[in-house]
Every structure is written in structure tokens, then in C-alpha cells.
Design a protein around this ligand. Structure first.
Ligand SMILES: Nc1ncnc2c1ncn2[C@@H]1O[C@H](COP(=O)(O)OP(=O)(O)OP(=O)(O)O)[C@@H](O)[C@H]1O
Length: 307
């Protein structure tokens, strides 16, 4: 079943801001990156999917359900990690997550057990009876993730889960999200304005810009390879550059990396390997250059529309 669909989804806030503007997407299950600059409309999109906000126009489905009429059913199957810190400081993580499990409809004992389990998954089991107010930012983010997981959802909507974290904390959070998505088989939508980090852990992408769809599809398609081969040798870069040019290849050099145009000749990789062997150089790397996700946002929108 398609995870999320939207048709011409539009949200205009009172006061005239158009946060979403005719967004049409269909997303398959997996770990989905919802990317866009600050103010692009990501939080608005998530809130509409949860049924917390009505759209001005258009429609959507989440797990086949309609957020405008079936938001209770959606919230029983979807876990939501909001962007901002909204945790009561005097409660322990165990109390808080149990309470939110109860609110999701779990009986008391099941809520307590599920809360312990969710806190174990996010690495807070040992600390679960401490007051949340004394937690670090990383621990607070993990509590928010645990409460999103407590009722065993089919889909997690995570709004900027790495916000406020230092590089090590971000890395750990991304690893955790990836593990939850792959080991538990839960679909996840991760909102982020940091392209590099979602590029690594997500299988699909929805990119929005000013409330409009910039691109949607698999991450592999979004970062498709280019007709450029990347060559690195441990020594002899200049010699190799000259040898490749002598063999008629078009080469540009970027420090220790040689970028070789491979669009005109299928044998380019073979020619490179032969040149490296002739010069008896230690080959360190030879592969196709991938397009980075960040490049999506640095090209004019009309160039991307047809991709
Ligand atoms: N309740 C509101 N009333 C009026 N305008 C709003 C409201 N909420 C959001 N907006 C505006 O709608 C636009 C999209 O906001 P939204 O929060 O959805 O973007 P975002 O991509 O999640 O950004 P951020 O990452 O900064 O939260 C912004 O211009 C924002 O100022």
C-alpha cells in the first residue's frame, strides 16, 4: 500500500502565508526524507498528515486513511516526534512515556511495559526514572522518539530529530532512526533541512521549496550517477593526468582527485586501468561520481522539474 499520497495539497494560513502550494506526491513505504529549507512547509505538511491542521485545498491519505475524517485512526498507527521541546521537566521519562502510551489507548500495564521497551530501544533504559528536566538535549530528543514509538506504530513522523544536537549526537540519532526503520520494519518520514544527513539513511525523498514540490522519488534516483569517473592514486597523480590526456580523455584535477569525462566512450574505465597499470601506480579509487542531494537546491527549479 502507498504510504502517503497527497493531491494538490494546499495550506494558506490566516494572514496570507501559503505554506503548501498544490503539493502532489505518492510515497512508498521506507525511510523517507522530507527536506526543504526553514519555512519550506515541512511542519505544515506533517501536521496535515496527522489531522492536526486542515488543508485549505486538496487531499491526502496516510496508510490509506484520510486525515480530515480519520485522524484518530491515523494517530493510533502513527508516531509523531514534534520539532520543539515540549517535555514536562518534573516527570521521569518512564512516567511520561507511559502516560503518552495510555493516551494512545494502551491499558495501564501494557503502557508501562511498552514505555520501558521504547526507552530501551532509544538507549535510555538505565536513566528512565530520572527527571526529564535534568536530561541533555540528546536525551530529550530520545525521549521524544520513545514516546513516538510507545504504541508500536506503523509509521513514524519525525520533525527535525537532530535539532540542537552536536555532531556526535546527530550521528547517534541518525543511526538509531536507521536501525528502527530497518530492524523494526517501520516506515519513517524524517523532516530535515540538513541534506547530507538524510541522504545517508533514507530510501526516498520528498523535496519541497516554498511549499511547492521540487522532487519526489527514490534517493537513488535523486542522487543518480553522472558520466564522470573519479580516479585517485596514492601517488603519481600528475603523471596519470598527463597519461590520460595523452590517451585522448578529458580530465580535470581537483587536488588528489582526477575527474574523467566518460560520456563519450564506454571504454573509459578500461583506458584508465591500463594507464594506471602502465605507470605502475597504486590505484586507490575508481568509480562514478554521484550527484549530491545538496545540488538539487542549487539549480533553478525549472531545470529539476523534468528529472
Ligand atoms: N500558524 C501559522 N500561522 C501563520 N503562518 C505560519 C504558521 N505556521 C507556519 N507558518 C508559515 O508557513 C510557512 C511554512 O512553515 P513550516 O513551519 O511548515 O515550515 P518548515 O519547513 O517546517 O520550517 P521550519 O523547519 O523552520 O519549521 C512559513 O513561512 C511559516 O512562517
Amino acid at each position: 500500500m502507498t504510504l502517503i499520497t497527497t493531491t494538490a495539497l494546499t495550506k494558506r494560513y490566516p494572514g496570507g502565508v501559503t505554506a503548501l502550494d498544490g503539493l502532489t506526491v505518492a510515497v512508498e513505504p521506507g525511510i523517507v526524507a522530507l527536506v526543504g529549507a526553514n519555512g519550506a512547509g515541512k511542519s505544515t505538511f506533517i501536521k496535515i498528515l496527522l489531522g492536526l491542521l486542515p488543508p485549505t485545498e486538496g487531499s491526502s491519505t496516510v496508510l490509506g486513511l484520510d486525515p480530515t475524517g480519520e485522524s484518530d485512526r491515523i494517530r493510533s498507527r502513527v508516531g509523531y516526534m514534534p520539532e520543539h521541546d515540549c517535555l514536562p521537566p518534573e516527570q521521569s521519562a518512564a512516567e511520561l512515556v507511559t502516560h503518552l502510551g495510555r493516551m494512545s489507548g494502551l491499558p495501564r500495564t501494557a503502557a508501562r511495559e511498552r514505555a520501558s521497551e521504547a526507552l530501551r530501544h532509544v538507549g535510555l533504559y538505565e536513566e528512565r526514572y530520572r527527571q526529564v528536566g535534568g536530561y541533555s538535549t540528546g536525551m530529550k530528543q530520545r525521549v521524544k522518539l520513545a514516546q513516538a514509538l510507545v504504541h508500536d506504530p506503523d509509521l513514524l513522523l519525525l520533525d527535525e530529530p537532530t535539532n540542537g544536537l552536536d555532531p556526535a549526537g546527530r550521528e547517534a540519532m541518525l543511526e538509531l532512526i536507521h536501525r528502527i526503520g530497518t530492524e523494526f520494519g517501520i516506515s519513517i518520514v524524517v523532516c530535515s533541512h540538513l541534506l547530507g544527513e538524510v541522504e545517508r539513511i533514507c530510501t526516498a525523498l520528498i523535496a519541497i521549496d516554498g511549499g511547492r514540490l521540487l522532487k519526489a522519488g527514490t534517493m537513488a534516483a535523486a542522487t543518480t550517477v553522472r558520466d564522470v569517473l573519479v580516479v585517485e592514486v596514492d601517488e603519481g597523480t600528475a603523471e596519470l593526468e598527463a597519461a590520460l590526456m595523452a590517451r585522448g580523455l578529458s580530465v580535470t584535477r581537483d587536488a588528489r582527485t582526477l575527474l574523467v569525462n566518460a560520456s563519450e566512450n564506454d571504454d573509459t574505465a578500461d583506458v584508465i586501468v591500463a594507464a594506471v597499470a602502465d605507470l605502475e601506480l597504486p590505484l586507490h579509487r575508481l568509480d562514478r561520481q554521484r550527484r549530491r542531494l545538496s545540488e538539487l537546491f542549487s539549480v533553478p527549479q525549472k531545470e529539476v522539474a523534468g528529472v
